[in-house]
Design a protein around this ligand. Structure first.
Ligand code: PDD
Length: 285
């Protein structure tokens, strides 16, 4: 697989960084996951805006202008397509971008004058099989024990890994987290509740990562005349939902039909899911 590291493209298995990279030592960096459909990055400007916000929170200045990021991503996408022997315009990919503060002797204090480490890789976009979409996925609930800067797309992901494993241990696909009785998000996704034809999502404060799909789902709801509200959502409301939806770059939008072993609504993917999924497929074109 192709990758990019600090100005050079290489094979993923040949890329090397220092063990003193602050990404390795402290998880001191941020990332983005960008879907690429038929060779074209989807909502790239939004991903760049979020990258800037995450870097700003960590007080790292963006090492490259957006246009240079775009060129880098396009080059990776083309290299992947060439490797597959397909035109770029026929490949769907998932591009991972990462910036860490850089390399320095270990000291919690932010070192001055070091160069950020820039890394990017791409792979095929995993497509959830039709059976999964028809059946829906199982999720489990857990207390949100992560830090209170969940709005930063930080590479410090031990909390997310621990949370995700709770569902993996139950052969479920995602962990739906609550903080102080209110819905926050999934370990690697945003969670939506459908009640009486309305789509509800948690407010975009410091307790959730504002997925790029917040914007996409909001737009699709407006187009379909579906009421869309961001507000605090209680655990009881989640348990009484007609539908629960899970969204991310890799999941697009998936129906959660089983929560903690119990059916959600009638236990089948619902009409709002169907509309949003179909709308998402159109938006990708
Ligand atoms: N995860 N919330 C969290 C905690 C996430 O990690 C993600 C994405 C999202 C959804 O954001 P978006 O719609 O922009 O993908 C919400 C990515 C896909 C990952 O870590 O692989």
């Amino acid at each position: 697989l192709p990758c990019y590291l600090n100005g050079e493209f290489s094979k993923l298995r040949d890329a090397r960084i220092s063990v003193l990279d602050r990404g390795f030592i402290f998880g001191d960096g941020v990332y983005e996951v960008v879907p690429v459909y038929r060779g074209r990055p989807f909502r790239f400007a939004e991903h760049m805006a979020r990258l800037d916000r995450s870097l700003g929170e960590l007080r790292i200045s963006n090492p490259m202008p957006h246009e240079q990021w775009r060129a880098l991503v396009q080059e990776l996408v083309d290299r992947y397509a060439r490797m597959k022997g397909a035109p770029a315009a026929e490949t769907d990919q998932i591009v991972y971008l990462q910036v860490t503060r850089g390399v320095a002797m270990r000291d919690h204090v932010m070192p001055k004058g070091i160069t950020p480490t820039v890394f990017a890789m791409t792979n095929q976009l995993y497509i959830y099989p039709a059976e999964v979409r028809e059946r829906g996925i199982a999720c489990v609930t857990a207390e949100d024990f992560r830090w209170k800067k969940a709005h930063v797309k930080s590479i410090s992901l031990a909390g997310a890994v621990l949370a995700r494993q709770l569902s993996a241990d139950e052969d479920a696909v995602e962990t739906v987290m609550f903080r102080d009785g209110f819905l926050s998000e999934g370990s690697g996704s945003n969670i939506w509740v459908v009640k009486d034809g309305e789509v509800l999502g948690p407010p975009t404060d410091n307790l959730v990562l504002e997925g790029i799909r917040y914007g996409v789902i909001g737009e699709l709801c407006r187009q379909h005349g579906i009421p869309f509200t961001l507000r605090r959502i209680t655990r009881e409301e989640v348990l009484a939902a007609d539908e629960i939806l899970v969204s991310s770059a890799t999941k697009e939008v998936l129906p959660c039909t089983v929560l903690d072993g119990k059916p959600v609504g009638n236990g089948r993917p619902g009409p709002i899911y169907q509309k949003l999924y179909a709308g998402y497929q159109r938006a990708k074109q």
